[in-house]
Design a protein around this ligand. Structure first.
Ligand SMILES: [Zn+2]
Length: 114
């Protein structure tokens, strides 16, 4: 299952970075580009299943932020937002396959007990 391995990866990264402090985490936010193949609802379900099995993490909340896709137009020398998977510049209508944003997947914020 794709999403579950992502969730495991997230926890591996948290343990690597924060060690024992992981139990003080209350919330994490991950940012996923629209092209990263991550479905927020599926990742939330996998996350819920994971913390159910690993109850030491049960206080951690997950938020998924979705980034739009941005491509670059060489003709206009600027980026544009890709809507409905139309990789066409909104200024000059030239097609572009240069993706500058949208494939990313990373932990963007970690919140700790205050
Ligand atoms: Zn253009």
């Amino acid at each position: 299952m794709h999403e579950l391995s992502i969730v495991k990866n997230i926890f591996d990264t948290l343990i690597e970075n924060y060690g024992d402090r992981i139990v003080e985490i209350t919330k994490i936010e991950i940012t996923a580009g629209l092209l990263s193949n991550v479905q927020p609802i599926l990742i939330k379900n996998s996350f819920a299943a994971f913390i159910e099995e690993n109850s030491e993490y049960k206080n951690i909340e997950l938020e998924v932020k979705v980034n739009e896709i941005e491509a670059f137009c060489e003709k206009c020398n600027k980026t544009f937002i890709v809507k409905y998977h139309k990789f066409v510049c909104d200024n000059c209508s030239t097609p572009s396959s240069i993706i500058v944003k949208g494939t990313e997947l990373y932990i963007s914020q970690v919140f700790f007990i205050e």
